[in-house]
Design a protein around this ligand. Structure first.
Ligand code: ZN
Length: 58
């Protein structure tokens, strides 16, 4: 588990007040710090430390 997986688990449990929307492959959440108004993040459902470690879809 990592901090992103922890945050996803909190989101699943309804404990993330910054949750926006669940998508097929992940979750959209508002950033903890709004450096820009509306700053959002996409949290992938598959754990990977780097994006290139994710499998490509066909
Ligand atoms: Zn993780």
């Amino acid at each position: 588990m990592c901090t992103v997986c922890d945050r996803i688990q909190e989101t699943i449990e309804g404990k993330n007040r910054y949750f926006v929307k669940e998508l097929e492959t992940g979750y959209v959440i508002l950033g903890d710090y709004q450096r820009f108004k509306g700053y959002t993040l996409f949290l992938c459902k598959v754990h990977a430390t780097e994006i290139h470690f994710l499998e490509t879809s066909s």
